[in-house]
Design a protein around this ligand. Sequence first.
Ligand SMILES: C[S@@+](CC[C@H](N)C(=O)[O-])C[C@H]1O[C@@H](n2cnc3c(N)ncnc32)[C@H](O)[C@@H]1O
Length: 224
Amino acid sequence: MEFDVITIFPEILKSYLAEAQIGRAIRKKLIKINIHNLRDYTSDRHKTTDDIPYGGGAGMIMKIEPIFKNIQALLKKQKKRSKTRIILLSAKGQLYNQKKATQLTKKYDRLIFICGRYEGVDERVAQKLVDEEISIGPYVLSGGELGALIIIDSVTRLLPGVLGNQASLKDESYNNDQTEYPQYTRPEKFQDWSVPKVLLSGNPKLISQWRKSKQKNFKTLIKE
Ligand SMILES: C[S@@+](CC[C@H](N)C(=O)[O-])C[C@H]1O[C@@H](n2cnc3c(N)ncnc32)[C@H](O)[C@@H]1O
């Protein structure tokens, strides 16, 4: 899987992507991540990526031209466009979830992310340049970079060979709308707090029943 991130703050992403599972996946060549500085696609000497909003209002809006040029450059050598998904991170996009992560993993081999900043992005980017807008949650962030990282992370760990133990994915939270069961490790007793006895029973059937009883439907986690 290849990921491209278009941003005006390339440095924000680098340390997260260099470490742990993502870093390892890059070194094992299971994924490739290209970070693009949008300012490289501007044509004025100030490398301007934003401008004032038509109709007035607070803040600045990201301009369409540099984003258009950046995408054009990325797609130039692209053979099969249908396997590439261009995603605008946006608070008004479709809410991201585990199902979406699985879909992206299965359907595409390249994801291109556009990270907004300031008051947002010229609407023509959403209308004309991207395949979809994704929101990573019902709240407003300062920029799309965290959203891009979240999608890259959640998609990468679903790819074959990324996790040391593929079985980790089986019982994980949000498969079948359920959260994972509670997990414990040594010591058996810490302060006055003991591990549930059933987990020490050695009885797989009882353990499995107990675990099932502790899983929650994710809908019960949403509180308005
Ligand atoms: C400060 S926000 C703009 C918020 C916009 N004025 C609004 O009210 O929806 C700047 C950028 O952060 C990103 N962003 C903010 N919240 C997000 C979310 N929940 N999911 C994904 N991206 C988000 C988007 O790329 C957005 O263009």
